[in-house]
Ligand binder design. Structure first.
Ligand SMILES: *[C@@H]1O[C@H](CO)[C@@H](O)[C@H](O)[C@H]1NC(C)=O
Length: 213
């Protein structure tokens, strides 16, 4: 009986804790003002001693020039990898430059929601919920749209002129999973029969797709 009471007490405590322990859906809140490069590591990246941090550690020109849009779209990132001052701050930016009709292929970001602002042009964007509902929207210059964290999305320039989009993330390193590359160009490769089964095509068709990557 005493054992039963102990187990019951433990279950009750766990249930109560589950309701009241705070949880986080984004990068953890900052534990300090900043943690700028080198020496001790926080969030997997190193911090500079506070006394040697300068204004230039909070400045970046990474997004100042348009990228090369020969392949339809150019994606330029200002995240913690190229802009170490973002370490522990939970934010980052991407600049997307689209050629006319250019497409940012279907992908998702495992660690962040994404809010986009159309700097120039007209883009068509969409994401699919886990319930497989498609949310599709056309955006003009100055308009904003949001892709919730972890949901599959895409963007395309539907205009005959270049387009530029700025995307902000609530993560210093949002991560990008490109769906086609993940399926067909992993190392080592996903076995053909898994892809054939999942995509309801034969293994020859799988091999033909793999050759394109
Ligand atoms: C853009 O990229 C293409 C091929 O990737 C290259 O041929 C071209 O020279 C590049 N243009 C500029 C301005 O760098």
């Amino acid at each position: 009986m005493a054992i039963h009471r102990a187990v019951y007490g433990l279950l009750l405590t766990t249930t109560i804790l589950a309701f009241f322990v705070p949880f986080s859906t984004a990068d953890p809140d900052n534990l300090q003002d900043f943690c700028n490069l080198k020496i001790s590591r926080v969030n997997g990246f190193a911090c500079k001693p506070t006394e040697s941090v300068t204004t230039s550690d909070f400045f970046s020109k990474l997004l100042s020039t348009p990228g090369n849009t020969t392949t339809g779209v150019s994606i330029t990132s200002a995240n913690v990898l190229g802009f170490p001052g973002l370490n522990t701050l939970g934010v980052s930016l991407i600049r997307l430059d689209f050629a006319p009709r250019g497409i940012a292929a279907i992908h998702y970001h495992p660690r962040a929601s994404e809010i986009i602002f159309v700097v120039e042009g007209t883009v068509n964007v969409g994401f699919v919920s886990t319930g497989r509902k498609l949310f599709l929207q056309t955006l003009n210059k100055g308009e904003v749209f949001v892709f919730p964290q972890g949901l599959v999305h895409f963007q395309r320039n539907i205009g005959d002129t270049p387009a530029t989009v700025l995307a902000a993330f609530n993560s210093q390193l949002q991560g990008t999973v490109l769906i086609p590359q993940t399926l067909f160009a992993s190392t080592p490769e996903i076995p053909d029969d898994f892809l054939a089964n999942g995509l309801r095509i034969d293994t020859e068709a799988v091999q033909n797709i793999k050759k394109k990557f």
